[in-house]
Structures are given as C-alpha cells and as structure tokens.
Design a protein around this ligand. Structure first.
Ligand code: NAI
Length: 252
C-alpha cells in the first residue's frame, strides 16, 4: 500500500545525494516526481532509476538562481501531472570555505543565492500551484548548520539559519490554507557535497564522524524518510517544524 498515489512531488537538486534519494522515496510511495537540477546527467539518471523501479518521473533542468527556470519547473508539474502536492526544496552548495572576513562579496552572495534565495524563489511558484489545487506540503532542506555555527562556512550557515525563519513564517501564513511548511536539519550525510570541503578525505571524515554521538555519517535514505514522513498524513498537525536528523550532533 503506497501513501502518495495520484500525488505529485517536485524535488530540486534531485540529481544527486539527498535529492535523488528523496525523489526515489516519493516515487516508491506512488507519487509522480518532477526531478529538477542544473546537472542534466544526474537528473536524468535519477529519472531512469525511478522508471526502472516502476515509478513515474520527469526531469526538468532548472537552476534555482534563475526565476524563469524555477517557474517552468513548477509549471511542468502542473502541465504534465495536473497538480502539485509536495515540494522538497533541496538544491544546495557548500560554497567557499573561508573565514568570514576573507570571503569576497561574490562568494558570499553565490552561497546565499543558491541556498536561501533559491528556496524562496521555488516557494514563490510552488505555493500558488498548491493553493490552486488541494493544498500541499513543502519541506526545505536546512542543516544542523541552520542551528549551530561551523568555522569557514559563514555564508552556508547564514543561509541554512535563514531557511528556518522562512519555513516558520510561511508555515504561519499558509496554515489555514492547506499548506504545511517544514524543514529538515540533517547532520553530515555521505554525499558528493562533502568533497567540496575536503571532508571526504579519510582523516577529515573520521573527525566529522566523531562530532556525531553515533560516530558515523548519516545516509541519504535516513534524510529522505524524514521528508516523506513530513509529507505524510501522519504529520498532519506538524508545520513550522525543523526536524533534526543528525545522529545526536546538536544534542551535545
Ligand atoms: P549533492 O551535491 O549530492 O546534491 C546537491 C544537488 O544540488 C546536486 O545535484 C547539484 O547539481 C544541485 N544543485 C547545486 N546548485 C544548484 C542550483 N543552483 N540549481 C539547481 N540545482 C543545484 O549534495 P547533498 O549533500 O545531497 O545536498 C542536498 C542538500 O542537503 C543541500 O541543500 C545541502 O546543503 C543539504 N545538506 C547536506 C548535508 C550533507 O552533509 N551532505 C548536511 C545537511 C544539509
């Protein structure tokens, strides 16, 4: 028995890592999925994987810093599948790894543009599409770095903290209009993103693992299942929540 039959999900950054696992998880639950990414090869690979497992998905190339592309992504959900029920705003980058005062404005702005403005841009189109239908659920991909600081990552940390404010505010605004808005705050997850900061090197990886009381990284499926739960009827009274999935990192 699947729980999202006849429903439609959009996943940004669906061509890799957490986004791919989330797109696949939505499809396993019966949703038709719009997989969106700047990475065409990765996005198409996700669609192939879903189709090989009997699911339904379509790829839309969209850079979340490009408003027209984001509008077209949401339009595709409606034109292809007739509705939009779920959106996981997941596309993100690590950005430049430098102390705060060493960042150039362009480095700062790029990280904020993808990780924070990109989510707001997506919500600007997702919310009207959901209001036109039966409502829906939005899940924004924040991070434990939306809760605590981390050296050499001030723009990323700022964007991820900002996402929680955006999530809570939109949750209030649309609570009586059938839209729930939540966030997930993962600890360090084993994805290609880690290599951006050199955190996939064995010594750095061991150090990062040890920051989690479970002494390991999380898996993409452990994050995807949190997204699916937030979209499910079991979470029908949950909105404005930031669900931490971090092996205990922020409990220290
Ligand atoms: P990833 O690098 O495997 O996947 C990110 C995807 O986003 C890639 O497919 C990439 O092409 C896409 N993307 C990047 N810039 C984009 C843009 N401008 N427009 C559209 N797509 C774009 O990384 P991962 O780890 O799966 O990250 C997914 C999200 O999870 C990000 O928002 C990240 O900040 C967040 N996150 C990741 C953690 C980790 O340890 N891996 C921990 C906490 C949060």
């Amino acid at each position: 028995m699947v729980q999202f039959e006849n429903e439609v999900a959009v996943v940004t950054g669906g061509g890799s890592g957490i986004g791919r696992a989330t797109a696949e998880a939505f499809a396993r639950e019966g949703a038709r999925v719009v997989v969106s990414d700047v990475d065409v090869e990765g996005g198409e690979e996700t669609v192939s994987r879903i189709e090989e497992n009997g699911g339904v998905a379509i790829f839309v190339e969209a850079d979340v810093t490009d408003e027209d592309a984001v509008a077209a992504m949401v339009e595709t959900a409606v034109s292809e599948y007739g509705r939009l029920d779920f959106a996981c705003n997941n596309a993100g980058i690590g950005g430049a790894q430098k102390p705060t005062a060493d960042l150039s404005f362009d480095e700062w702005e790029r990280t904020i543009d993808v990780n924070l403005h990109g989510v707001w841009r997506s919500m600007r189109y997702e919310i009207p599409a959901m209001l036109d239908g039966d409502g829906g659920v939005i899940v924004n991909m924040s991070s434990i770095l939306g809760r605590v600081g981390f050296e050499n990552a001030s723009a990323y940390v700022t964007a991820k903290h900002g996402l929680l404010g955006l999530t809570k505010t939109a949750a209030i605004e649309y609570a009586q209009k059938g839209i729930r808005v939540n966030a997930v705050c993962p600890g360090f997850i084993d994805t290609p993103l880690l290599s951006e900061g050199g955190l996939d090197e064995p010594e750095a990886r061991t150090g990062i693992e040890s920051l989690h009381p479970m002494n390991r990284l999380g898996s993409v499926d452990e994050v995807a299942s949190a997204v699916v739960w937030l979209c499910s009827d079991g979470a029908s009274f949950t909105t404005g929540e930031a669900l931490t999935v971090d092996g205990g990192y922020t409990s220290r």
